[in-house]
Design a protein around this ligand. Structure first.
Ligand code: SF4
Length: 362
Protein backbone atom coordinates (compact mmCIF):
# COMPACT_ATOMS: atom_id res chain seq x y z
CA UNK A 1 0.00 0.00 0.00
CA UNK A 2 1.65 3.23 1.12
CA UNK A 3 5.32 3.32 0.14
CA UNK A 4 6.59 5.74 2.76
CA UNK A 5 9.48 4.58 4.91
CA UNK A 6 9.28 4.68 8.69
CA UNK A 7 11.80 7.59 8.68
CA UNK A 8 9.75 9.57 6.17
CA UNK A 9 6.38 9.24 7.93
CA UNK A 10 7.09 11.88 10.62
CA UNK A 11 8.05 14.34 7.84
CA UNK A 12 4.90 13.51 5.94
CA UNK A 13 2.81 14.17 9.04
CA UNK A 14 4.57 17.42 9.89
CA UNK A 15 4.08 18.72 6.35
CA UNK A 16 0.38 17.98 6.29
CA UNK A 17 -0.28 19.35 9.80
CA UNK A 18 1.65 22.56 9.04
CA UNK A 19 -0.30 22.98 5.81
CA UNK A 20 -3.59 22.49 7.68
CA UNK A 21 -2.64 25.02 10.37
CA UNK A 22 -2.00 27.59 7.66
CA UNK A 23 -4.69 26.86 5.08
CA UNK A 24 -7.69 25.43 6.94
CA UNK A 25 -11.02 27.09 6.23
CA UNK A 26 -12.52 29.11 9.04
CA UNK A 27 -15.67 27.09 9.73
CA UNK A 28 -18.00 27.70 12.69
CA UNK A 29 -17.56 24.20 14.12
CA UNK A 30 -13.80 24.61 14.17
CA UNK A 31 -13.95 27.42 16.72
CA UNK A 32 -14.04 25.10 19.70
CA UNK A 33 -13.92 21.39 20.45
CA UNK A 34 -17.14 21.02 22.34
CA UNK A 35 -18.24 17.40 21.65
CA UNK A 36 -21.89 18.38 21.10
CA UNK A 37 -20.94 20.95 18.46
CA UNK A 38 -18.45 18.64 16.76
CA UNK A 39 -21.03 15.85 16.70
CA UNK A 40 -23.78 18.13 15.34
CA UNK A 41 -21.50 19.38 12.54
CA UNK A 42 -20.47 15.86 11.57
CA UNK A 43 -24.10 14.73 11.34
CA UNK A 44 -25.14 17.78 9.33
CA UNK A 45 -22.19 17.41 6.96
CA UNK A 46 -23.21 13.87 5.97
CA UNK A 47 -24.31 14.08 2.33
CA UNK A 48 -24.48 17.86 2.54
CA UNK A 49 -22.17 20.64 1.33
CA UNK A 50 -20.32 22.83 3.84
CA UNK A 51 -21.87 26.06 2.50
CA UNK A 52 -25.39 24.61 2.88
CA UNK A 53 -24.70 23.40 6.42
CA UNK A 54 -23.35 26.65 7.94
CA UNK A 55 -26.66 28.59 8.36
CA UNK A 56 -28.47 25.46 9.62
CA UNK A 57 -25.70 24.72 12.08
CA UNK A 58 -25.83 28.22 13.52
CA UNK A 59 -29.63 28.30 13.72
CA UNK A 60 -29.81 24.84 15.27
CA UNK A 61 -27.34 25.81 17.98
CA UNK A 62 -29.34 28.92 18.79
CA UNK A 63 -32.44 26.77 19.23
CA UNK A 64 -30.69 23.90 21.03
CA UNK A 65 -27.44 25.21 22.54
CA UNK A 66 -26.48 21.97 24.29
CA UNK A 67 -27.31 18.29 24.45
CA UNK A 68 -29.78 18.78 27.32
CA UNK A 69 -31.78 21.34 25.33
CA UNK A 70 -31.91 18.98 22.36
CA UNK A 71 -32.93 16.01 24.51
CA UNK A 72 -35.82 17.97 26.08
CA UNK A 73 -37.11 19.59 22.88
CA UNK A 74 -40.31 18.57 21.10
CA UNK A 75 -39.49 16.43 18.07
CA UNK A 76 -41.56 18.70 15.80
CA UNK A 77 -39.41 21.62 16.91
CA UNK A 78 -36.22 19.69 16.11
CA UNK A 79 -37.52 18.74 12.68
CA UNK A 80 -38.65 22.32 11.99
CA UNK A 81 -35.07 23.49 12.63
CA UNK A 82 -33.79 20.78 10.30
CA UNK A 83 -36.39 21.41 7.58
CA UNK A 84 -34.70 22.00 4.24
CA UNK A 85 -31.48 20.18 5.10
CA UNK A 86 -32.85 16.80 3.95
CA UNK A 87 -32.28 13.24 5.15
CA UNK A 88 -34.50 13.85 8.18
CA UNK A 89 -33.63 10.54 9.75
CA UNK A 90 -30.43 12.33 10.84
CA UNK A 91 -32.41 14.79 12.98
CA UNK A 92 -34.50 12.03 14.54
CA UNK A 93 -31.41 9.98 15.40
CA UNK A 94 -29.64 13.06 16.71
CA UNK A 95 -32.40 13.66 19.23
CA UNK A 96 -32.66 9.98 20.17
CA UNK A 97 -28.91 9.97 20.80
CA UNK A 98 -29.16 13.19 22.84
CA UNK A 99 -31.75 11.53 25.08
CA UNK A 100 -29.48 8.53 25.57
CA UNK A 101 -26.50 10.76 26.35
CA UNK A 102 -28.52 12.55 29.01
CA UNK A 103 -30.05 9.39 30.49
CA UNK A 104 -27.06 7.01 30.29
CA UNK A 105 -23.90 9.12 29.94
CA UNK A 106 -24.49 11.93 32.46
CA UNK A 107 -25.03 14.43 29.62
CA UNK A 108 -21.53 13.95 28.16
CA UNK A 109 -20.80 12.52 24.72
CA UNK A 110 -19.09 9.19 25.64
CA UNK A 111 -15.31 8.98 25.37
CA UNK A 112 -15.20 5.25 24.60
CA UNK A 113 -15.43 4.23 20.96
CA UNK A 114 -17.81 1.32 21.56
CA UNK A 115 -20.13 3.47 23.67
CA UNK A 116 -20.21 6.13 20.95
CA UNK A 117 -20.99 3.47 18.33
CA UNK A 118 -23.94 2.35 20.44
CA UNK A 119 -25.71 5.71 19.98
CA UNK A 120 -28.38 6.08 17.27
CA UNK A 121 -27.05 7.47 14.00
CA UNK A 122 -23.37 7.06 14.89
CA UNK A 123 -21.25 4.81 12.71
CA UNK A 124 -17.52 4.21 12.63
CA UNK A 125 -16.74 7.38 10.72
CA UNK A 126 -18.73 9.69 13.02
CA UNK A 127 -17.46 8.01 16.19
CA UNK A 128 -13.84 8.41 15.03
CA UNK A 129 -14.37 12.01 13.95
CA UNK A 130 -16.06 13.14 17.16
CA UNK A 131 -13.73 11.29 19.55
CA UNK A 132 -10.58 12.43 17.77
CA UNK A 133 -11.60 16.07 17.33
CA UNK A 134 -13.30 16.56 20.71
CA UNK A 135 -11.12 14.33 22.89
CA UNK A 136 -7.95 13.75 20.82
CA UNK A 137 -8.63 10.01 20.90
CA UNK A 138 -6.43 8.04 18.45
CA UNK A 139 -9.06 6.98 15.88
CA UNK A 140 -8.41 7.67 12.21
CA UNK A 141 -11.35 8.60 9.99
CA UNK A 142 -12.08 7.15 6.60
CA UNK A 143 -14.66 8.90 4.45
CA UNK A 144 -14.89 9.52 0.72
CA UNK A 145 -12.40 12.41 0.80
CA UNK A 146 -9.80 10.57 2.85
CA UNK A 147 -10.22 7.40 0.77
CA UNK A 148 -9.57 9.35 -2.43
CA UNK A 149 -6.43 10.98 -1.01
CA UNK A 150 -5.09 7.62 0.19
CA UNK A 151 -5.95 5.89 -3.08
CA UNK A 152 -3.94 8.50 -4.97
CA UNK A 153 -1.05 8.48 -2.53
CA UNK A 154 -0.86 4.69 -2.98
CA UNK A 155 -1.84 4.69 -6.70
CA UNK A 156 -4.54 2.22 -5.85
CA UNK A 157 -6.75 0.93 -8.64
CA UNK A 158 -10.22 -0.54 -8.34
CA UNK A 159 -13.51 0.35 -6.69
CA UNK A 160 -12.64 1.77 -3.27
CA UNK A 161 -16.03 0.81 -1.84
CA UNK A 162 -15.42 -2.91 -2.18
CA UNK A 163 -15.02 -4.35 1.34
CA UNK A 164 -11.47 -5.64 0.75
CA UNK A 165 -10.14 -2.32 -0.54
CA UNK A 166 -12.00 -0.32 2.08
CA UNK A 167 -10.41 -2.45 4.82
CA UNK A 168 -6.96 -1.78 3.36
CA UNK A 169 -7.64 1.93 3.22
CA UNK A 170 -8.88 1.84 6.80
CA UNK A 171 -5.66 0.15 7.94
CA UNK A 172 -3.55 2.66 5.99
CA UNK A 173 -5.48 5.58 7.46
CA UNK A 174 -4.92 4.25 10.98
CA UNK A 175 -1.23 3.62 10.26
CA UNK A 176 -0.69 7.20 9.09
CA UNK A 177 -2.56 8.85 11.99
CA UNK A 178 -0.49 11.44 13.88
CA UNK A 179 -0.84 10.07 17.41
CA UNK A 180 0.11 13.39 18.97
CA UNK A 181 -2.70 15.29 17.18
CA UNK A 182 -5.42 12.89 15.99
CA UNK A 183 -8.15 15.53 15.72
CA UNK A 184 -6.07 17.93 13.62
CA UNK A 185 -4.72 15.04 11.60
CA UNK A 186 -8.16 13.76 10.65
CA UNK A 187 -9.34 17.23 9.77
CA UNK A 188 -6.19 17.85 7.73
CA UNK A 189 -6.73 14.70 5.66
CA UNK A 190 -10.36 15.61 5.05
CA UNK A 191 -9.45 19.21 4.23
CA UNK A 192 -6.82 18.08 1.73
CA UNK A 193 -9.42 15.93 -0.01
CA UNK A 194 -12.04 18.70 0.04
CA UNK A 195 -9.87 21.57 -1.17
CA UNK A 196 -6.75 20.27 -2.99
CA UNK A 197 -7.00 16.58 -3.82
CA UNK A 198 -10.48 17.06 -5.24
CA UNK A 199 -12.35 14.45 -7.30
CA UNK A 200 -11.76 16.31 -10.58
CA UNK A 201 -8.59 18.24 -11.41
CA UNK A 202 -6.59 17.76 -8.19
CA UNK A 203 -4.25 20.72 -7.59
CA UNK A 204 -1.08 18.68 -7.19
CA UNK A 205 1.12 21.78 -7.49
CA UNK A 206 -0.37 23.11 -4.21
CA UNK A 207 -0.30 19.77 -2.42
CA UNK A 208 1.83 19.59 0.74
CA UNK A 209 2.45 15.85 0.32
CA UNK A 210 3.06 15.78 -3.42
CA UNK A 211 6.55 14.31 -3.08
CA UNK A 212 5.14 11.14 -1.49
CA UNK A 213 2.31 10.67 -3.98
CA UNK A 214 2.56 7.66 -6.29
CA UNK A 215 -0.36 8.68 -8.50
CA UNK A 216 1.37 12.01 -9.14
CA UNK A 217 4.65 10.26 -9.99
CA UNK A 218 2.89 7.88 -12.38
CA UNK A 219 0.81 10.65 -13.98
CA UNK A 220 -2.40 9.00 -12.75
CA UNK A 221 -3.68 11.66 -10.35
CA UNK A 222 -6.68 12.60 -12.50
CA UNK A 223 -7.54 9.01 -13.38
CA UNK A 224 -7.65 7.66 -9.85
CA UNK A 225 -9.63 6.50 -8.09
CA UNK A 226 -11.92 4.40 -10.19
CA UNK A 227 -15.37 6.01 -10.14
CA UNK A 228 -18.32 3.69 -9.67
CA UNK A 229 -21.28 4.25 -11.94
CA UNK A 230 -24.04 6.38 -10.48
CA UNK A 231 -27.49 4.94 -10.22
CA UNK A 232 -29.54 6.03 -13.22
CA UNK A 233 -31.81 9.00 -12.67
CA UNK A 234 -35.51 8.22 -12.41
CA UNK A 235 -38.03 10.85 -13.48
CA UNK A 236 -41.12 11.03 -11.31
CA UNK A 237 -44.25 13.17 -11.63
CA UNK A 238 -45.93 13.87 -8.34
CA UNK A 239 -49.44 15.31 -8.26
CA UNK A 240 -50.35 17.17 -5.06
CA UNK A 241 -53.50 18.85 -3.79
CA UNK A 242 -53.68 22.04 -1.74
CA UNK A 243 -57.19 21.87 -0.31
CA UNK A 244 -58.32 25.21 1.04
CA UNK A 245 -61.36 25.90 3.23
CA UNK A 246 -63.07 29.31 3.71
CA UNK A 247 -60.88 29.97 6.80
CA UNK A 248 -57.70 29.64 4.72
CA UNK A 249 -56.86 26.29 6.29
CA UNK A 250 -55.35 23.38 4.41
CA UNK A 251 -54.97 19.66 5.02
CA UNK A 252 -51.58 18.06 5.67
CA UNK A 253 -50.84 14.37 6.06
CA UNK A 254 -47.83 12.48 7.34
CA UNK A 255 -47.27 9.14 5.60
CA UNK A 256 -46.18 6.19 7.70
CA UNK A 257 -42.80 4.48 7.16
CA UNK A 258 -42.47 3.10 3.67
CA UNK A 259 -45.43 5.12 2.41
CA UNK A 260 -44.64 8.41 0.69
CA UNK A 261 -40.89 7.79 1.06
CA UNK A 262 -40.20 10.59 -1.41
CA UNK A 263 -40.78 13.16 1.32
CA UNK A 264 -39.62 11.19 4.33
CA UNK A 265 -42.23 11.35 7.11
CA UNK A 266 -42.69 15.10 7.18
CA UNK A 267 -46.01 16.88 6.99
CA UNK A 268 -47.04 17.19 3.36
CA UNK A 269 -50.00 17.90 1.09
CA UNK A 270 -51.96 14.88 -0.10
CA UNK A 271 -49.91 13.64 -3.05
CA UNK A 272 -49.60 10.69 -5.35
CA UNK A 273 -47.24 9.62 -8.08
CA UNK A 274 -48.83 10.04 -11.51
CA UNK A 275 -47.70 6.90 -13.29
CA UNK A 276 -48.49 7.04 -16.97
CA UNK A 277 -51.61 9.08 -16.34
CA UNK A 278 -52.59 12.73 -16.31
CA UNK A 279 -51.65 14.29 -12.94
CA UNK A 280 -55.09 15.89 -12.47
CA UNK A 281 -56.78 12.52 -12.92
CA UNK A 282 -54.25 10.89 -10.56
CA UNK A 283 -54.73 13.35 -7.70
CA UNK A 284 -58.49 13.40 -8.26
CA UNK A 285 -58.65 9.63 -7.87
CA UNK A 286 -56.32 9.78 -4.85
CA UNK A 287 -58.53 12.34 -3.10
CA UNK A 288 -61.59 10.26 -3.77
CA UNK A 289 -60.08 6.97 -2.59
CA UNK A 290 -58.10 8.16 0.44
CA UNK A 291 -60.10 11.14 1.65
CA UNK A 292 -63.59 10.64 0.17
CA UNK A 293 -63.34 14.04 -1.50
CA UNK A 294 -64.78 14.31 -5.00
CA UNK A 295 -63.49 17.55 -6.51
CA UNK A 296 -61.99 16.56 -9.82
CA UNK A 297 -63.83 19.35 -11.64
CA UNK A 298 -62.56 22.18 -9.42
CA UNK A 299 -58.86 21.37 -9.28
CA UNK A 300 -57.01 24.49 -10.44
CA UNK A 301 -53.50 23.75 -11.75
CA UNK A 302 -50.68 25.73 -10.07
CA UNK A 303 -47.18 26.34 -11.44
CA UNK A 304 -45.18 23.16 -11.53
CA UNK A 305 -41.84 22.94 -9.70
CA UNK A 306 -38.80 20.70 -9.78
CA UNK A 307 -37.32 18.82 -6.88
CA UNK A 308 -34.55 16.24 -6.57
CA UNK A 309 -34.28 13.47 -3.97
CA UNK A 310 -31.19 11.27 -4.35
CA UNK A 311 -31.58 9.65 -7.80
CA UNK A 312 -35.17 10.82 -8.36
CA UNK A 313 -35.92 13.92 -10.38
CA UNK A 314 -39.39 14.96 -9.35
CA UNK A 315 -41.73 17.20 -11.27
CA UNK A 316 -44.25 18.56 -8.79
CA UNK A 317 -47.66 19.25 -10.29
CA UNK A 318 -49.77 20.89 -7.59
CA UNK A 319 -53.50 21.73 -7.77
CA UNK A 320 -55.53 24.09 -5.66
CA UNK A 321 -59.06 23.18 -4.64
CA UNK A 322 -61.34 25.40 -2.57
CA UNK A 323 -63.65 23.23 -0.48
CA UNK A 324 -66.46 24.13 1.94
CA UNK A 325 -64.90 21.90 4.60
CA UNK A 326 -61.72 19.88 4.90
CA UNK A 327 -61.85 16.14 5.47
CA UNK A 328 -61.04 15.16 9.04
CA UNK A 329 -59.42 11.87 9.85
CA UNK A 330 -56.90 10.44 12.30
CA UNK A 331 -53.37 11.32 11.24
CA UNK A 332 -54.36 14.43 9.28
CA UNK A 333 -53.66 17.97 10.37
CA UNK A 334 -55.42 21.23 9.53
CA UNK A 335 -53.31 24.38 9.47
CA UNK A 336 -53.67 27.88 8.06
CA UNK A 337 -51.73 27.75 4.80
CA UNK A 338 -49.73 30.90 5.55
CA UNK A 339 -48.49 29.33 8.81
CA UNK A 340 -47.27 26.14 7.25
CA UNK A 341 -43.60 26.92 7.83
CA UNK A 342 -44.08 26.53 11.58
CA UNK A 343 -44.27 22.76 10.98
CA UNK A 344 -41.50 20.37 9.93
CA UNK A 345 -42.03 20.26 6.18
CA UNK A 346 -39.75 19.19 3.37
CA UNK A 347 -38.44 21.54 0.68
CA UNK A 348 -40.87 19.98 -1.79
CA UNK A 349 -43.85 20.81 0.44
CA UNK A 350 -42.50 24.32 0.90
CA UNK A 351 -42.27 24.79 -2.87
CA UNK A 352 -45.89 23.70 -3.30
CA UNK A 353 -47.06 25.99 -0.48
CA UNK A 354 -45.18 28.91 -2.06
CA UNK A 355 -46.82 28.50 -5.48
CA UNK A 356 -50.24 28.14 -3.83
CA UNK A 357 -49.78 31.33 -1.80
CA UNK A 358 -48.46 33.16 -4.85
CA UNK A 359 -51.54 32.06 -6.81
CA UNK A 360 -53.85 33.34 -4.08
CA UNK A 361 -52.33 36.84 -4.15
CA UNK A 362 -53.03 37.26 -7.88
FE1 SF4 B 1 -3.76 14.34 -4.45
FE2 SF4 B 1 -2.10 15.39 -6.23
FE3 SF4 B 1 -1.59 15.58 -3.62
FE4 SF4 B 1 -1.37 13.25 -4.88
S1 SF4 B 1 -0.15 15.08 -5.25
S2 SF4 B 1 -2.34 13.61 -2.90
S3 SF4 B 1 -3.04 13.39 -6.34
S4 SF4 B 1 -3.31 16.52 -4.73
Amino acid sequence: MLKISAEEKPKFRRRLLAWFAKHKRDLPWRRDRDPYRVWLSEIMLQQTRVSAVIPYYERFLEAFPDVQALACAKSDQVLANWAGLGYYIRARNLQRAAKEIVSSHAGQFPRQYEAALGLPGIGRYTASAVLSIAYDAPHAVLDGNVARVLARLCALRGDLRTPALWRKLDATSQDLLAQNAPGDWNQAMMELGATVCTPNSPRCGDCPVERWCRARKLGLAEELPFVRKKRATVNVTLAAAVLLDPLGRTLLVRPADGDGALFSRMWQFPAVEARGTDSRAAIGAHLREKFSVDINAILTPLSSARHTVTFRKIRLEPYLARVPRLPRFAGGRLIVLTEIRSLPISNATRKIADVAMEHMTR
